[in-house]
Design a binder for this molecule. Structure first.
Ligand code: MN
Length: 249
């Protein structure tokens, strides 16, 4: 259990450091960020996008990004704060962190599972895209992908399939397990691989995250999820993915 807790902590902290840099243009230590993410009364807030709403054009359009961030993500943050008001602190664990929420999620209300997942997953998702992104990873992550999947193209095919086959709303993930293996998986709704739930098929730290909810692509691509995923490969921020991969021991 201790290993698992350490693992979740490292993953949450890796995200925290990335989000801190993007939200305020200054690098905070992970601990400083965890504290800064909580405003008065222990409330969470919507992090600023690390780029303009139109930065990912033409691959992901400005209106989709604006609504996805300022409406959908904001609703997860607001509803996470509301759900936290109803929760027994003893069940949640102390301090109030994503680490404790995901570790104890089976004992917490569904509203907290859904909205804390939504807040975490979207914060990660924004940081995994950038202007002039795409191409292929370099460094240790590139080596691990080639070793695990045979080639980058084969990895891309399998990850795309995971996104395509996720029925209804959910996410595709590249996960580093606590054994250090890279595995592709997917989750329904706003669940993620850090949640301590029987239903999570592959547990571990996220390295890559793809939102396949229709709200992520409907305005531009209508029902064509395959077109959206093909476009998304052009905006992947492989430096963030590499940072997540190397921070997870
Ligand atoms: Mn979304």
């Amino acid at each position: 259990m201790n290993n698992r807790r350490d693992f979740i902590k490292k993953s949450a902290l890796a995200l925290a450091a990335i989000t801190a840099t993007s939200a305020i243009g200054k690098t905070l230590s992970p601990t400083e960020f965890i504290e800064s993410a909580l405003v008065d009364g222990g409330k969470y807030s919507l992090p600023a996008l690390p780029y303009a709403y139109d930065a990912l054009e033409p691959h992901i359009d400005k209106l989709t990004m604006e609504i996805h961030h300022s409406k959908h993500h904001k609703a997860y943050v607001d509803n996470m704060n509301k759900a936290l008001e109803t929760v027994d602190g003893k069940v949640l664990g102390s301090p109030q962190t994503f680490e404790n929420i995901f570790e104890n999620v089976s004992k917490l209300p569904a509203a907290l599972r859904n909205n804390a997942g939504g807040h975490y997953n979207h914060s990660l998702f924004w940081s995994l895209m950038k202007l002039n992104g795409g191409g292929e990873p370099k460094g240790k992550l590139a080596d691990a992908i080639k070793t695990t999947f045979g080639s980058f193209d084969e990895f891309k095919k399998q990850f795309t399939d995971a996104g395509m086959k996720r029925f209804g709303s959910g996410w595709a993930w590249l996960v580093k397990t606590k054994e250090g293996k890279l595995v592709i998986t997917s989750t329904p709704n706003q669940d993620n691989p850090l949640m301590n739930l029987e239903s999570i098929e592959v547990k571990g730290g996220p390295v890559l995250a793809l939102d396949v909810w229709e709200h992520a692509y409907y305005l531009k691509n209508q029902n064509k999820r395959a077109d959206y995923i093909a476009s998304w490969w052009n905006v992947v921020n492989w430096e963030t993915a590499e940072g997540l991969y190397t921070s997870l021991k």
